[in-house]
Ligand binder design. Structure first.
Ligand code: CP
Ligand code: NVA
Length: 305
């Protein structure tokens, strides 16, 4: 594994290894056992979009691994003024031991990985958010004691979260159901790749426009904002289009009684989810946020040591 860009690219065994390492690092941290696996290494962190969880968890995680995290806002580096991905990659590989990037175009991350001879970690693109789903799988495992055969239902926008959930649940041996409005369906190529992955795993992938069909008997219910970063101008139109796709108490009744509720955050209460659900007893949102730290430390330790 050179890079961590998509859960579609990793094997089920690699996923299991990452989760096992995350559990070990989390346990060591809680016991105060230091693990300076990346002593002397530097991670460049390129952001062309905002972040709370991703920036903090990568910075803190790199520090806990004994390395140095270098925050690089695209406003401050020449990439933001039109320097090419190629030149950026060739320069950065001379200084850094790995790069974490959050940006718009997924192809920019693929190009960076192609040109830079150092590990590249995808910290969110318009297409995928694999670091979040790795943390979510860790969270589901902690709450349910297993992943195999669990059903995850995602209700909302067919966005980067929906895509990475399909890829991640397939590799984890889970079942998955995605409900989106007709005009906000998932990317065709991602759906085709996911279908191939589910065919291999023998588990079920349901893609529908019916939230009740998707959530039926789910062990995990997931939603995300209806207005992702970069789509702010579509806000009013989207709020109208997603009517009927809110995760609320009535919809949650169709999931298993012991279902957990997940959201990658940031959340917009009263839109994609109601307060009673996100702030209620089934919600594990802050465990997911914490697990970003442990899961990404496993990724960095695996790629950069
Ligand atoms: N979930 C997530 O990636 O959060 P941030 O945008 O705050 O990093
Ligand atoms: N779909 C959201 C996820 C934020 C973590 C976005 O891309 O803005």
């Amino acid at each position: 594994m050179k890079d961590f860009i998509s859960l579609h690219d990793i094997t089920s065994e690699q996923l299991t290894d990452l989760l096992k390492l995350a559990i070990k690092l989390k346990s060591e941290l809680k016991q105060g056992i230091p693990h300076p696996i990346l002593k002397g290494k530097t991670l460049g962190m390129i952001f062309t979009k905002s972040s709370t969880r991703t920036r903090i968890s990568f910075e803190v995680g790199m520090t806990q691994l004994g390395g140095y995290p270098l925050f690089l806002s695209s406003n401050d580096i020449q990439l933001g003024r039109g320097e090419t991905i190629y030149d950026t990659a060739k320069v950065m590989e001379r200084y850094l031991d790995g790069i974490m990037i959050r940006t718009y175009a997924h192809s920019d991350v693929l190009d960076l990985a192609k040109y830079a001879n150092i590990p590249i970690i995808n910290a969110l693109t318009d297409l995928l958010h694999p670091c979040q789903v790795l943390a979510d799988l860790l969270t589901a495992y902690e709450h349910k004691g297993r992943l195999e055969n669990l059903k995850m239902a995602y209700i909302g926008d067919g966005n980067n979260m929906a895509h990475s959930i399909m890829y991640g649940t397939a590799k984890a041996g889970m079942n998955c159901a995605i409900a989106t409005p007709e005009n906000y369906r998932c990317n065709d190529e991602v759906v085709q790749n996911a279908k191939d992955d589910f065919k291999k795993s023998g588990k079920s992938l349901v893609i529908t426009t019916d939230p009740i069909e998707a959530i039926k008997d789910a062990d995990i219910v997931y939603t995300d904002t209806w207005v992702s970063m970069g789509m702010e101008s579509e806000k009013q139109e989207r709020i109208k289009s997603f009517d009927g796709y809110q995760v609320n108490g009535a919809l949650m009744k169709h999931a298993k009684p012991d279902a957990i509720f997940m959201h990658c955050l940031p959340a917009y209460r009263g839109f994609e989810v109601t307060e009673d659900v996100i702030d209620g007893p089934q919600s594990v949102i802050f465990d997911e946020a914490e697990n970003r730290l442990h899961a990404q430390k496993a990724v960095m330790a695996t790629l950069m040591k």
